[in-house]
Design a protein around this ligand. Structure first.
Ligand code: KG4
Ligand code: ZN
Length: 360
């Protein structure tokens, strides 16, 4: 093995409601991984409660790190670095991960890498499929909906973002309106499978419009109006399934339309065999995976979909991002200076989305 292939990095992820730790080696082998999804803790409130999330991270993280180190058969002195998500995300949770990583790196004299959570999602495809830069990325999660070109380590060009809600957020809000609980994505997907997408007509925001931006708030409001028109007593299983199917189909059409435009821009700018990567929690949705497969085939793009366990938040992607920075010779962070960043755009040069979208 080359030196880079032997490097071993511990990754830590606490930016939202998953507590995760993993050890990954430079030859793309995952030596150990663990994720604790705090679903039950937040289900009662219909969404993530930041203070509850942060407290749960505190309770879980130390033991989880000890467990993945034991599973990897390593002691801290064996590591070549510690990588931690420093943003974007919820401040309290990020602080738990960052202070833990600072302590470990400080005590064991290890390089510390402050990882951008979005870059971690973006680089997962290089871990799982070994693809080269540049590639087109559709990042679809609870906090984000973006089309980006991943040009290199720390180098991203944003082509489009949402001007209001993120796509996962829209799934979650629709699920909440329909009483399907949190997180909404998987629940809406499974109900949609039983439903008729034609029964309710819902808008396709920005469909066919120039550019690659997204908008989901109007679609979500349209679902609310249908629910109000129907009245609570008519929200039986069939109606809920039909609404879910109509919503999911509208989302699929919008994602396909916007991604097709980004593909044209990618082709015009980069002379490489084109690849589309889909990442983030919503990439677990099978209907969305299917329409993107069809789109990629029609447009001559190779499609890379990470395995389901690496679509949602995890620490494997964080460890891998640390490894990429380490292998590329990027300097580690000054341990005492790492700050959490609740907002941390991948492409700081990108023009703000029209309508004042402020999401990172
Ligand atoms: O990437 P992720 O785990 O967390 C961040 O937001 O960073 O994404 C979570 C989001 C939630 O909004 C969840 O409802 C959505 O991904 N999601 C899905 C599915 N599984 C998770 N959305 C649609 N269909 C799914 N199967
Ligand atoms: Zn995420």
């Amino acid at each position: 093995m080359t030196t880079a292939a032997k490097l071993r990095v511990l990754g830590i992820e606490t930016s939202c409601d998953e507590t995760a730790a993993a050890v990954v080696r430079g030859d793309r082998r995952v030596l150990a991984e663990a994720v604790f999804a705090q679903l039950d803790l937040h289900a009662l409130y219909g969404g993530v409660v930041p203070e509850i999330a942060a407290r749960a991270h505190v309770r879980k993280l130390d033991r989880m790190i000890a467990a993945v180190m034991a599973e990897a058969g390593l002691v801290f002195a064996d590591l070549d670095g510690v990588a931690v998500t420093a943003g974007p995300g919820l401040a309290g949770g990020l602080l738990v991960g960052v202070t833990t990583a600072q302590a470990l790196a400080g005590v064991h004299r290890l390089p510390l890498y402050a990882v951008n959570h979005l870059e971690a999602h973006a680089l997962t495809a290089r871990l799982t499929h070994g693809i080269d830069f540049p590639y087109l990325l559709l990042l679809v999660s609870g906090g984000h909906c973006q089309l980006l070109v991943v040009e290199g380590i720390g180098r991203h060009r944003r082509l489009g973002t949402t001007i209001d809600d993120a796509v996962g957020e829209a799934f979650d809000k629709v699920a909440k309106m329909l009483g399907l609980g949190y997180p909404g994505g998987p629940a809406v997907e499974s109900r949609a499978r039983e439903g008729d997408p034609e029964r309710f007509v819902l808008p396709r925001p920005l469909l066919g419009r120039p550019g690659c931006h997204f908008s989901f708030s109007g679609l979500k409001t349209a679902v609310r109006h249908r629910i109000l028109e129907l009245g609570d007593d008519r929200l039986d299983r069939t109606v809920v399934a039909d609404l879910c199917a109509a919503f999911q189909e509208a989302v699929c059409e919008v994602l396909v339309d916007r991604t097709r435009r980004a593909m044209a821009l990618f082709r015009a700018r980069y002379e490489v065999s084109p690849v589309l990567v889909v990442a983030g929690g919503v990439a677990a949705n099978r209907a969305i995976r299917t329409v993107l497969e069809e789109l990629a085939a029609a447009e001559g793009f190779s499609l890379v979909l990470p395995p389901l366990r690496l679509c949602g938040d995890n620490a494997v992607m964080v460890a891998w991002t640390g490894l990429e920075h380490l292998a590329a010779g990027r300097p580690p962070a000054a341990i005492a200076d790492v700050r959490v960043r609740t907002r941390w755009p991948l492409d700081p040069e990108a023009e703000p989305a029209p309508g004042g979208g402020v999401k990172a």
